[in-house]
Write a protein that binds this ligand. Sequence first.
Ligand SMILES: NC(=O)c1ccc[n+]([C@@H]2O[C@H](COP(=O)([O-])OP(=O)(O)OC[C@H]3O[C@@H](n4cnc5c(N)ncnc54)[C@H](O)[C@@H]3O)[C@@H](O)[C@H]2O)c1
Length: 396
Amino acid sequence: MIIKPRVRGFMCVTTHPVGCEANVKQQIDYVKSFGAIDNGPKNVLILGASTGYGLASRIVSAFGSGAKTLGVFFEREGTADKPGTPGWYNSAAFHKFAEAEGLYAKSINGDAFSDEIKQKTIDAIKQDLGKVDLVIYSLAAPRRTNPKTGITHNSTLKPIGKDLVQNGIDTDKEVIKSFTLPAATQEEIDNTVAVMGGEDWQMWIDALAEAGVLAEGAKTTAYTYLGEKITWDIYWDGTIGAAKKDLDKRVIDIRSKLVALGGDARVSVLKAVVTQASAAIPVMPLYLALLFKTMKAEGTHEGCIEQVNGLFRDSLYGANPILDDTGRLRADLKELQPQVQDKVTALWEQINNDNINELSDFAGYKHEFLKLFGFEVDGVDYDAEVNPEAPIANLL
Ligand SMILES: NC(=O)c1ccc[n+]([C@@H]2O[C@H](COP(=O)([O-])OP(=O)(O)OC[C@H]3O[C@@H](n4cnc5c(N)ncnc54)[C@H](O)[C@@H]3O)[C@@H](O)[C@H]2O)c1
């Protein structure tokens, strides 16, 4: 079939397999251009391995460190007349390129929050890898069923303690509009913490430790975002921030478990980028469009692969990790530079429908968004017939 983008709000309901493969190839080439990571990981489990920061972590592990990777994700396969999700095609492409270089790669498609998928993962580690020395926690999900209680929690993206009125971009109509978000209820806050907080990360590490599949010196990290004043109402001080603060609490226990093995656990702070998860956060598309404009002008613009490549080389496996005073690893400092945040804030105050393309890089935002789904990728012929059925080699 011939596949064109069909955008609905913060989703694109079609995906281009060839474009996704080209995206993965670009990321692999980028990582390879830095050479091998000294003393990098050997056996890596990536939770949320198919898109965004988790996919980048898988690529850096495999192609920057020669690691065997086991990836867990929740994606939909394509059929003869309906394309699958981007993460499906990214993973099919990752497996193809890994296999071509003789790199071990296996994947599990299912609900990482469930006991069943945790057990399946442990069985695969025991059978193929023995133990893992790095666990990346990069899940971003709208809901989670807690396997212990059977309760399904839905996350919300709302401010806490006060209603929020802030300008953003209506990405469908491409106009600036004022968004009003009511303050979250305590139940909404608790549910968001249950989905995006650290409980499941802790359950994973407990299960892996109990099964004896964490190697001596094993490390784990979960990804977070802090941002600055301009995003705090919706992010750090909102429901999602409450969940991220839970990671900061739970990492202490997780770290003590890993320190006993000579390892370590850290929350890693990454910059704001366009992913399926961030596109869903109200006001974020405008922030990203203004941030891109500002950071591109500064020559400091980065996407997922640049961020994670830097995180591995500088901090996770670097001699001098970039740590903050609460012990988080930091890869986001260029975004938080005062001149960047001041510029974004000033532009935010001036933006309107007449100057949207002049003051912001909304074009760059839209391009990045479509690229997530395999569109607008250089060198891909979008008028050519493409097969939406793409098997993932070594899917367990
Ligand atoms: N996007 C940003 O700007 C940004 C910035 C800093 C930190 N982060 C954090 O990085 C992490 C990853 O986010 P992302 O933006 O890369 O998201 P993403 O939407 O690109 O990726 C989410 C991943 O989780 C997987 N997943 C979702 N539900 C699942 C389930 N039930 N079982 C198994 N897999 C499941 C998906 O398949 C996918 O691989 C999140 O913790 C996010 O908060 C994101």
